[in-house]
Design a protein. Structure first.
Length: 361
């Protein structure tokens, strides 16, 4: 007599839509409670990716959000400080197929309450404007210069030639908002395009898959080609993840989402992992070190002996860093014809076009 063992759990996720539905369920119901602000953040990011990639939503996949959607007005009224998360969730749920039209009323309420006026950051104001504009509302009708200021920030490429992750993430989001996540041409000037390449070079040298995925997405949204070396490396990183049942939620979920978003937009599939039942954690095996730290230390220790000319510095740097760092530098240099201009800013030899700091003091 033959015993048939039905291993049906993995096969329930036989399609990308099914795997995405399983991810929605784990973010909506098993990782955190809805009273946790990180629940808002995680679910807003997941739904945003699905909405802006035009994902096929499996029947019933949005059901775990029904109670949240039904009571979203009360949440918005009591937690206006989280209005961008809440509005984003509402709009994406509706645009992904949930029945209802609350987003328009919430957008008008946000504008009437002046919530965007309480923001200190131009980037946050831009997000608020972009969200409300999805329902034909401008929450900042008197701020005609907002996009001009964002473009000015993005065009200052020397900002992105030195390590500054906060600035780099703000750059990617500026491109996201200006391009409507790839729906329109953001019309970036040469400075902003150079900024993306500089920021990407740093992310590549830092082995920062999360940031590099965002930069490659921004490049695509701007109508630019990301270096093949960067994209190959990113597709390799998705294999370093394990989705497991566990309790620790200080995990690599954001990196997982960004890499899969990149792979989806790059035509490389994405969201190919089966999602276990229960409280899922996203664990990644990370490199032990990153070449960027070695390069920074090497350049800094040279003191006054360092030069901003990469052709002059290449051999001396190669002699002082590890073989791994040498290989990364070779790959980074080969990936862009702007590496010399990047290094000129990275070396930080005085102020560009002016006297060295010592001479000023």
């Amino acid at each position: 007599m033959t015993t048939i063992v039905q291993l049906d759990v993995p096969f329930r996720q036989h399609s990308k839509a099914a795997r995405q539905a399983a991810l929605l369920k784990t973010f909506a119901q098993t990782r955190r409670t809805q009273e946790d602000v990180f629940w808002l953040k995680e679910n807003a990011e997941m739904l945003n990716i699905l909405e802006c990639t035009g994902a096929e939503i499996a029947p019933g996949a949005l059901a775990p959000f029904q109670d949240f959607y039904d009571g979203i007005e009360e949440r918005m009224e009591f937690f206006p400080q989280y209005y961008r998360f809440l509005l984003s969730l509402c709009l994406d749920l509706e645009d992904l197929g949930m029945e209802g039209d609350k987003g328009a009323a919430l957008s008008r309420w946000v504008a009437h309450q002046g919530l965007a006026d309480a923001e200190l950051s131009d980037l946050q104001r831009a997000e608020a404007r972009r969200l409300c504009a999805r329902r034909g509302v401008d929450p900042l009708p008197r701020d005609a210069e907002l996009h001009h200021r964002l473009r000015g920030f993005a065009a200052r490429s020397q900002t992105f030639a030195m390590p500054n992750k906060k600035a780099a993430y703000e750059l990617t989001h500026i491109v996201f908002y200006l391009s409507e996540y790839g729906r329109v041409d953001p019309h970036l000037d040469e400075g902003a395009r150079r900024s993306l390449m500089f920021a990407g070079t740093l992310a590549f040298l830092d082995f920062n898959a999360d940031l590099l995925a965002e930069i490659c997405l921004a490049l695509r949204f701007a109508g630019m080609d990301a270096p093949e070396v960067w994209e190959i490396w990113l597709t390799q990183q998705i294999r370093t993840f394990a989705l497991e049942c566990g309790e620790g939620l200080q995990d690599d979920y954001h990196e997982y989402l960004m890499l899969n978003w990149f792979m989806t937009r790059a035509g490389q599939g994405g969201f190919g992992d089966h999602v276990p039942e229960g409280r899922v954690t996203f664990a990644r095996q990370r490199p032990g070190s990153a070449p960027l730290r070695e390069l920074s230390q090497c350049i800094y220790m040279m003191g006054r002996g360092r030069s901003s000319d990469w052709e002059v510095m290449r051999g001396e740097v190669a002699a002082q860093v590890s073989h791994e760092a040498q290989a990364a530098l070779i790959a980074a240099e080969a990936s862009t014809d702007q590496f010399g201009a990047f290094f000129e800013g990275f070396a930080r030899v005085g102020l560009r076009g002016g006297p060295a700091l010592g001479a000023v003091l």
